[in-house]
Write a protein that binds this ligand. Structure first.
Ligand SMILES: [Zn+2]
Length: 461
């Protein structure tokens, strides 16, 4: 273990400046969703580049994409040492509804040990943790223990439409040994955590067609099959009474949890009743019976009906047999489930259970695989040690039920291990009014990153 007392002293002494830098960056309303603010997104990229240069990074520039610009910087002064690629984003969500903010969204306002402002934790503050840590190494020691490349995207909040093409184009420039993504939260305050799995995603649109136009149910009822009823019956065959999806082949590639992982999940503080109340439901009894809520949320696949429509939806009664019924479905994937095979399996199942008297049309889309990094991977183990040193407590390993676009893109284009090390808190109000970054998390995060580069350099040497 490389001692880092000198570096920690530097970052502690410079906390007020780091906070000012974050405030100044928050003041730039880099809202990627709003074309009227795209110049601000560019200005934000330039701010990031200037900050990289000030940190001592030798190459830093704005890189163009098919959309909004990426801020890119590198320091490659450690020949023979491993190379880490750090990902974050500098665009932010819109601030609406602005009247619900207690302080201006585009000004970093410090109160109660937190800095409030749009982008404070998502993701400008988390990018700055890295730039502060890089600066500490370069200022105090004159070098980093490994090569560093930093990519700060400008379109994450609108779904990263240009990012995959950017990665493909810049593959050589971005070559590295490991990707570090800092755009996530920990499980809870005082529960440092590393995200080691994200679910994949596919979807379907199912159309059941009956008569060529809506029919009078008095004249024609009893003659034709009702497409909405047919659709409801078909969808009702997807699960058994225990919530298990019965589509043949659906679970291919879904791993069972190792006993140690199951025990770790069970030990996390998750209050089922409080969560159910917060969600406005009588109980958390969806998904597969007999499995823990966190397992169902992170480690098991889902198959959800996202919408069902057709027939008459206006006021009062209208006695028709609708001409069609339609449903939108989606599945979250885990382990090595293959998106193409899952899409085909559900299609085949629905065709097989379709009743006579209707025709069925199914379109499917999406090809996002689940991404996971083994907790035994040396880079993940190194990140865990860094986090333990930064927060004084060993992190737990968590999953996330969602999909993070850039993480899937890195997986698809660069095929590299990824470490998801973010330090936001669950109550940070990201994407909502009064977004904040807890200063304890910010400063702990800076120290974690100071240690991370040493730990990664040792682990990957
Ligand atoms: Zn984010």
């Amino acid at each position: 273990m490389t001692l880092a007392g000198d570096l920690v002293e530097f970052v502690r002494a410079n906390r007020p400046r780091f906070l000012e830098e974050l405030s100044a960056w928050i003041a730039c309303p880099s809202v990627s969703a709003d074309p009227a603010r795209h110049l601000e997104v560019r200005r934000s990229a330039e701010t990031a580049v200037a900050r990289m240069r000030a940190a001592g990074m030798t190459d830093a520039e704005v890189l163009e994409t098919n959309g909004l610009p990426v801020a890119y910087g590198s320091w490659l002064g450690a020949p023979g040492a491993p190379t880490v690629l750090i990902y974050g984003h500098h665009d932010v969500q819109p601030e609406d509804p602005v009247e619900l903010w207690h302080s201006p969204p585009f000004a970093g306002t410090v109160r109660d040990g937190k800095i409030f402002g749009r982008g404070s934790v998502d993701d400008k503050g988390q990018v700055l943790m890295h730039l502060a840590a890089i600066e500490a190494h370069l200022r105090v020691r004159g070098k980093l223990p490994l090569n560093v490349k930093v990519v700060v995207e400008g379109e994450e909040e609108v779904g990263s439409p240009s990012f995959e093409a950017f990665l493909a184009r810049e593959k050589e420039r971005l070559a590295c040994d490991v990707v570090v993504v800092s755009d996530t939260a920990v499980f809870a305050e005082d529960v440092p955590s590393l995200t080691v799995s994200l679910r994949g995603l596919v979807h379907w649109e199912v159309t059941v067609k009956g008569p060529s136009a809506d029919l009078h149910s008095g004249y024609f009822g009893g003659l034709v099959v009702n497409p909405l009823e047919a659709l409801a019956k078909m969808l009702g065959t997807l699960r058994d009474a225990d919530g298990r999806i019965v589509v043949p082949g659906f679970y291919d590639g879904v791993p069972e949890l190792a006993p140690a992982v199951r025990a770790e999940l069970a030990s996390l503080p998750f209050d089922t009743e409080r969560e159910a109340r917060a969600l406005g439901v009588p109980g958390l009894v969806g998904g597969e019976h007999g499995r823990m809520p966190l397992e169902r949320m992170w480690m098991r696949p889902t198959l959800e009906i996202n919408g069902m429509y057709g027939g008459y939806q206006g006021p009062g009664a209208k006695t028709i047999i609708p001409s069609f019924g339609r449903a939108k479905l989606s599945a979250r994937l885990v382990g090595s489930q293959d998106p193409e095979r899952v899409k085909a399996a559900v299609r085949e199942h629905l065709f097989a259970v379709a009743p006579d008297g209707v025709t069925v049309d199914i379109e499917s889309d999406g090809d996002v695989r689940a991404v996971s990094t083994s907790r035994d991977h040396p880079a993940v183990a190194a990140a865990a040690r860094a986090m333990e040193r930064g927060f004084g407590k060993a992190p737990v390993f968590i999953g996330t039920g969602g999909t993070i676009g850039p993480v899937s893109s890195f997986d698809r284009i660069l095929h590299l291990p990824q470490v998801l090390i973010g330090v936001g808190l669950p109550d940070d109000q990201i994407h909502a009014p009064n977004e904040k970054f807890d200063l304890g998390q910010f400063y702990g995060g800076i120290e974690t990153m100071v240690y991370l580069y040493d730990e990664l350099a040792e682990a990957l040497a």
